[in-house]
Design a protein around this ligand. Structure first.
Ligand code: SAM
Length: 277
């Protein structure tokens, strides 16, 4: 049995460390996740786990594993397919005008890597139709488990079947034991690493920052802090992209937007912009 006080104790730690909120509607998920960590770490009683978290000698590894269990790593290849067409269009019509030596992209909550790989494939396909500068992708996440999988670059038949066409599978993946491995021509473009968006390291400036389907789990104040930090790492002509169902409306005043298809590109407001969007 987990008391409401115990659940709220752990929910508070998760929010403080990651920004992810567990409240009435999803507290049952937190309970399941706590049960998972008790099982994997060999705790019989939740009180024992609670005691360790209240002690001054909480092992960092246990804390990281605990926070890892609190994350939702759901992702798939070419999530919202029109998104990647819009991205290609934006690169062609805005980024290339800047004449960059290299196109720099950040997948800021990359989970198990499908978003970074889809982006790299989209740009690789573009580069086969026309000359574009080389590109590089920094892909970060708070979940060590997700990052380890992304770094291995091996996906099961089921994962491959989620969003990847047979042509792309044939062009960019090779059969290995345990699934399909992304080819080095794509994986060499992506650098994976740990980063917590609520006290983010600085990697920028970037032409494109993907912050998709992550802030849906955070409260408004946290979203604002994260967006401030992302904008500070954005190239003057670059754009931040959120998930298809997400918006910056009400979170930030000083943005200008460009809409391509059903995708909104959020840009820094230039001095010539007459009004905020
Ligand atoms: C639902 S997945 C979305 C993955 C991908 N962006 C997509 O749209 O398919 C959300 C990811 O955000 C990560 N995340 C949650 N809070 C985070 C934080 N504070 N800093 C960095 N990553 C975070 C989770 O670990 C998870 O992998």
């Amino acid at each position: 049995m987990m008391s409401p006080e115990t659940l709220s104790f752990f929910a508070h730690i998760i929010e403080k460390e990651t920004g992810i909120i567990y409240q009435d509607i999803n507290l049952y998920q937190l309970k399941t996740r706590l049960e998972e960590i008790m099982k994997t770490e060999g705790f019989e009683k939740i009180e024992d786990l609670e005691k360790i978290f209240k002690s001054a000698s909480l092992p960092l590894l246990l804390k990281r594993k605990f926070l890892d269990h609190a994350t939702n790593n759901e992702t798939l290849f070419f999530r919202d397919p029109t998104f990647f067409n819009a991205l290609q269009n934006f690169v062609l019509t805005e980024i290339l005008l800047e004449n960059p030596k290299q196109i720099k992209i950040w997948s800021a909550a990359s989970s198990t890597g499908q978003e970074a790989i889809s982006t790299a494939i989209a740009l690789d396909e573009l580069s086969k139709k026309m000359t574009i500068p080389p590109f590089s992708i920094v892909a970060t996440d708070i979940s060590e488990k997700a990052l380890a999988k992304a770094q291995a670059g091996i996906y099961s038949d089921f994962e491959i079947s989620r969003g990847l066409s047979p042509e792309r599978k044939a062009n960019y993946f090779s059969k290995v034991e345990g699934g399909w491995k992304i080819n080095p021509e794509i994986s060499s473009k992506i650098n994976y690493g740990y980063n917590n968006l609520i006290n983010s390291a600085v990697y920028g400036p970037f032409h494109i920052i993907l912050c998709r389907n992550v802030l849906i789990y955070h409260k408004v104040e946290t979203k604002k802090i994260v967006l401030d930090s992302l904008f500070s790492q954005l190239d003057s002509d670059g754009a931040i992209l959120m998930g298809v169902g997400e918006t910056m409306l009400g979170l930030r005043d000083k943005v200008s937007t460009r809409v391509i298809g059903n995708v909104t590109f959020y840009k820094k407001q230039s001095l010539t912009d007459s009004k905020a969007s």
